[in-house]
Design a protein around this ligand. Structure first.
Ligand SMILES: [Zn+2]
Length: 278
């Protein structure tokens, strides 16, 4: 399989979920073996942040990257869309620290990319092959991420919240599942009881019912939104996991099973898995 890049340039404007700051972001084609690289245009032409797991700085409520002190906050939804749509190489020019939250999903990205498609590049993809089982467990959170050998990339996610609204849900993705239709539209979510604490911590300054589902125990979702799917939260966690796994920098060939995934567990598991392959 050959590498691919974007066939056009796309611009997205909005605000950051956590910073609340206005941001304009442009996705551009990039040469083979370039990977996904952010360029902080507000700080200069040569201020780059590579979307690599070694650049993960923080994982509280989003995945924040940092390279030479320059941050990219909430990278995961964009990275999920690029990786699931088969984009190996892209330059992401951004004029603020945080990627726009848009509607809380990855739908705007996939709709844009689908319109013009991708360009095949001469270089071959070089997947990271899972050649033996690897398991990461976090006893504090109960998260468990397992990598197993398989002929292609696939992901199973189980979420398990002490919640009458969400409870336990499962989601699955492999290349036969239409990411654009089944996964990308699924929005981020939080619990109403957490909102005050998250605000106190300086987070979700740009959060609203326009870009997040808010679980209002035990009644349902605040504002009675129409769900994309009954198991939208599990599908969003799968979306997040794909974004975090994209930080491998190359496609993964293997089956991933994630129980109670989160950005910390996802990125820690990926780091340890990659270290185990060396
Ligand atoms: Zn998310």
């Amino acid at each position: 399989m050959k590498q691919h890049t974007l066939n056009s340039t796309y611009t997205f404007s909005g605000k950051g979920l956590h910073t609340g700051k206005p941001v304009t972001m442009q996705l551009l084609p990039a040469p083979e073996d370039y990977g996904i690289v952010f360029q902080r245009t507000d700080l200069g032409d040569d201020v780059l942040v590579h979307a690599r797991v070694e650049n993960v700085l923080q994982t509280r409520r989003c995945t924040t990257l940092s390279e030479r002190g320059v941050k990219i906050i909430t990278a995961e939804h964009l990275l999920s869309a690029l990786s699931a749509m088969g984009v190996d190489n892209a330059l992401v020019q951004i004029d603020a620290a945080e990627v726009p939250i848009l509607d809380g999903s990855a739908r705007p990205y996939v709709e844009a990319i689908c319109e013009h498609g991708l360009i095949e590049q001469p270089a071959e993809r070089r997947p990271i092959v899972v050649d033996k089982p690897f398991v990461y467990e976090d006893p504090r959170s109960g998260s468990r991420i397992a990598f197993e050998p398989a002929s292609d990339f696939s992901v199973d996610v189980t979420i398990d919240f002490k919640s009458r609204v969400i409870g336990t849900q499962q989601a699955h993705w492999d290349r036969s599942v239409d990411y654009a239709r089944e996964i990308a539209p699924c929005r981020t979510f939080c619990f109403r009881k957490e909102v005050r604490m998250l605000r106190f911590l300086g987070l979700i300054k740009g959060g609203s019912l326009d870009n997040a589902l808010v679980v209002d125990e035990p009644r349902g979702y605040l504002g009675d939104p129409v769900l994309q799917f009954p198991d939208e939260p599990a599908r969003h966690k799968l979306l997040d996991l794909l974004g975090d796994l994209a930080l491998a920098g190359r496609p993964i060939q293997g089956h991933i099973t994630a129980y109670k995934p989160g950005h910390k567990a996802n990125t820690t598991a990926l780091k340890l898995f990659l270290a185990s392959t060396i």
